[in-house]
Design a protein around this ligand. Structure first.
Ligand code: 0A1
Ligand code: ZN
Length: 858
């Protein structure tokens, strides 16, 4: 790494409080698309002795005037570079003072969607993590918090900011946010918008006006978002005792947004795909995600806004906890076991994958160059797993009292992971020194379990022997043992549970646990509920896996047994062997089990994805062959379909949901089982069922499932045309139209399909959703992206380079398509590396993309 790169790095160890206290922020915006003027008055006072005052401020911020207590300082005391503005201590009073700056910015030129920009004619902002510095000069760091007063002048009809409205009239609005907040939670929206409105009364009787703001014409797709908000508000009161704290809560949907959504205080801004939904345009998965993300952003009001992060190294403090809370919420709204399985599935697909390669980092990183590169599965999803583990270790009551203490002790503060753990220690008396390693040490622990059975000892004694080992990750070679909660149950030979779930606490590198008085040897159900984010290796044969799939009382462990069976069949097929009959038999019995939740059966029927298989192979030290994996998976799916053709056909018919569409969990569960059956039958019915379904489906869930099947059978053209004819002017549906074609294309055609789509006029690549639809679609086509000739790598690299000039955040995020490159064969590795080197050599590469690529090729 060159010294210039190292000079850009930020280190946790370097933290120092800001030398000034900010008592109040007053902002005035005179909006104009290419020349917006921002006047900022900051009431500051020195924390101790007066030092130079350093304000963050990007290149696009043009300073028009600056004064201190109404007077311009000597210009010799004001220094500007590309990233900041410094006022020498000599120009500052040793007492409270007001600093006023006037700046000009150009929102219309902002294609990075960071700071103030325009999306479809709507002025909007995105300030996390460091976007505010593109709006004005400011101490843009989360531990500098202040109440905000904001005035907006604009001819747009709706003018919004954080907090409560003070005055709204034609061309003018004033907003007051009394809750001190860091700049990253600032927001402003100005546009031609209409609201779906409702009202909520908090349990202490505060009346809150709720608005979901959308473009005129989109109101009929905003009702579900409003209902999700109301459910979230009630749930946070019921479960965490947290009430909302302003008179209004506004949500806005915009089409151009780098991420999913943003928790700005009292003014959440959403990617429109996470607000707008109708049965005609959104799938069941979209509905579930909308409900979860709205909850997530709302929950941030307490975990993120009222208590924020001291610095960006502590990002997991708000994100891990808020993801955990939104997972709990979804579990309560829908099916808890199904939600747990889905979450583990996502964790493995995204976080285990990240942990396995060059981008692995701790849940709390200690160094970064560009913080936007750390909004990762590790910080979010693994961060949530750590909260779940803590809860398991201290129990539900311990968790509840720790959370109460957290809110009491840190309300209004910018906190750290040390503060978070101290709260648990103080509330429960438990020493969490070893647990902290989960935050500081990267990598997925590998856990092995062996069994010793002694029929003669103590009425039948079972000993479980565990070892833990975490492979090295970049910059961290040695990993001391962590505390691992391992939930274990035992199932007797007749299928009855002889030992209900017991939480074993492993703290050593190797450790054994015994169970006595068992009579006959039981089958061990281990890591129930996925009690820790580890990879468990145990010698178990397919017969016992099938036994667990049939009898385990823990739904996660049951699903996992089926997963293991499928993996074992796939590994065997991928290596030229045969598929074990156990999997095919067991899966048939489960599919036919009318007592089981249809959503659970659907999850069991879905074979592991190609990426997941590759990750599992790599974790075992093998080199995944994308083509062989693709072939093995197709082969197994066809065998399952052939073996269970009648059963699947019956399920497909029986799971039809009569009546008008409803996105509720039960209806969605039936559709998911129906679609899982369709996906398998599609292998043997030439796509005939899919064709009928596409023509008759009254909702987007079944329509997209059918389209996917048709493309896989090479007969998608007419359906694609029909979808385009009907929904060509709906951006969200067209995003699906782009992605499904690349994702479902036969691997050998994927790059050609992507190339052809990228040449279309409606491939509006600067729109993050459209770009992700196409490039993300290709990355999701495992064997297509990893085409042996390197064409997937080259296509992706070309587009990342182009995108980097417009929107570095999106380019950097999409570059993670390459994060697994070191695990493939030499030919692929060489081609991926040369694509990455080509990117690295780009003359004006952004800090975002440069950091990602240099970590990947380090
Ligand atoms: N805090 C938001 C996610 C978010 C992060 C960064 C953004 O811009 C770079 C935008 C949104 C959340 O967790 O929902
Ligand atoms: Zn969040």
């Amino acid at each position: 790494m060159s010294s210039t790169q190292a000079a850009n790095a930020q280190y946790l160890a370097d933290y120092r409080p800001y030398p000034f206290i900010l008592d109040q922020t007053v902002l005035d915006f005179a909006l104009s698309p290419d020349a917006t003027e921002v006047t900022a008055t900051l009431s500051l006072r020195p924390r101790e002795a007066v030092e130079d005052l350093v304000l963050d401020g990007g290149r696009g911020v043009e300073l028009l005037s600056l004064d201190i207590d109404g007077r311009a300082p000597d210009p010799a005391h004001v220094r500007r570079d590309g990233e900041s503005l410094t006022i020498a201590a000599a120009a500052l009073p040793d007492a409270p003072f007001a600093l006023t700056t006037r700046v000009r910015i150009d929102p219309s030129a902002n294609t990075a969607f960071e700071g103030l920009y325009i999306s479809g004619g709507i002025f909007c902002t995105q300030c996390e993590a460091e976007g505010f510095r593109h709006i004005t000069f400011y101490p843009d760091r989360p531990d500098v918090m202040a109440p905000f007063r904001v005035t907006i002048r604009s001819d747009k009809p709706v003018l919004l900011s954080n907090g409560n409205p003070v005055a709204i009239r034609d061309g003018f609005a004033e907003w007051n946010d009394p809750w001190p907040k860091p700049a990253y939670l600032f927001a402003l929206v100005a546009g031609d918008l209409v609201a779906v409105s409702d009202r909520f009364t908090t349990r202490s009787g505060r009346r809150v006006d709720l608005n979901v703001w959308v473009r005129p014409g989109d109101q009929d797709r905003a009702g579900f978002a409003m209902q999700s908000l109301i459910k979230s508000m009630r749930w946070d009161e019921d479960v965490y005792g947290r009430e909302y704290d302003l008179d209004v809560f506004n949500m806005v949907a915009v089409d151009d947004f780098n991420m999913g959504a943003m928790e700005n205080k009292g003014l959440n801004i959403f990617n429109s795909k996470l607000v707008l939904a109708s049965p005609e345009t959104a799938t069941d998965a979209d509905y579930e995600r909308i409900e979860a993300v709205i909850a997530h952003e709302y929950f941030h009001n307490w975990t993120g806004n009222r208590i924020t992060c001291r610095d960006w190294f502590q990002l997991c403090l708000k994100e891990g906890l808020t993801v955990f809370r939104d997972q709990q919420f979804t579990a309560d709204m829908r099916s808890a076991p199904v939600k747990r399985i889905e979450d583990v599935h996502t964790l493995r697909a995204r976080q285990f994958r990240e942990d396995q390669g060059p981008l692995a980092h701790p849940v709390r990183p200690e160094r970064y160059e560009e913080i936007n590169n750390f909004y990762t599965a590790t910080v979010y999803e693994k961060g949530a797993e750590l909260i779940g583990m803590l809860k398991r270790l201290v129990g539900d009551d311990g968790y509840a009292s720790a959370l109460d203490l957290y809110f009491d002790r840190h309300d209004g503060e910018a906190a750290t992971i040390e503060d978070w753990l101290a709260v648990f220690q103080d509330a429960t008396g438990r020493d969490l020194t070893q647990f902290k390693r989960w935050y500081t040490d990267a990598g997925t622990p590998h856990l092995t379990m062996t069994e010793d059975w002694d029929a003669g000892d103590r009425g039948g004694r079972l000993t479980l022997n565990f070892t833990q080992h975490t492979p090295p990750t970049p910059g961290q070679d040695d990993k001391p043992p962590r505390v691992i909660p391992i939930a274990v149950g035992l199932i007797g030979p007749n299928g009855d549970e002889v030992q209900p779930t017991r939480m074993l606490e492993m703290t050593e590198a190797r450790q054994s646990f015994t169970f006595d008085g068992l009579g006959a040897r039981p089958v061990v159900s281990a890591l129930r509920g996925f009690s820790a984010p580890v990879i468990l290796d145990r010698p178990i044969d397919d017969r016992n896996r099938a036994f667990l799939l049939a009898h385990d009382t823990d739904p996660f462990a049951r699903w996992e047994a089926g997963r293991d069976l499928a993996m074992s069949a796939l590994m065997s097929l991928a290596q030229g062997g045969d598929a074990g009959a156990d999997f095919i038999d067991a899966i048939g019995r489960l599919a036919a089990d009318r007592d089981a939740d249809p959503a659970f059966r659907a999850l069991c029927l879905m074979l592991p994805g190609e990426e997941e298989i590759a990750t599992a192979l790599a974790a075992r030290g093998a080199t995944p062959d994308p083509d062989a994996i693709h072939a093995a998976r197709e082969d197994l799916a066809r065998r399952v379909a052939e073996a269970h053709a009648d059963l699947l056909a019956r399920l497909y018919d029986a799971m039809e949901v009569p009546g008008p569409y409803s996105p509720d969990a039960d209806a969605a569960a039936r559709r998911s089982l129906r679609i899982a059956a369709l996906g398998l039958l599609n292998r043997i019915d030439r796509g005939d069922r899919a064709e009928v379904l596409f023509g008759t489906a009254g909702n987007m869930t079944e329509r997209m499932a059918a389209l996917n099947c048709l493309i896989r059978r090479g007969r998608g053209q007419a359906a694609l045309q029909a979808l385009h004819d009907r929904f060509g002017d709906n951006r969200l549906v067209m995003d699906k139209w782009f992605s499904v074609q690349v994702m479902a294309a036969p691997p050998q055609d994927a790059v050609a399909v992507a190339t052809q789509l990228a040449a279309r006029r409606d491939f509006d690549w600067k729109n993050p959703n459209r770009f992700r639809a196409l490039l993300g679609g290709l990355a999701a086509n495992h064997a297509g992206f990893h085409a042996a000739d390197g064409s997937g790598y080259d296509f992706t690299a070309d587009w990342l380079m182009k995108m980097d000039g417009a929107n570095p955040q999106i380019a950097a995020r999409m570059s993670t398509a390459f994060e697994t490159w070191p695990r493939y064969d030499k030919g692929r590795r060489d081609r991926a590396l040369s694509a990455l080197q080509r990117i690295a050599a780009m003359p004006d590469i952004s800090r975002n993309l440069r950091e990602m690529v240099s970590r990947m090729i380090a």
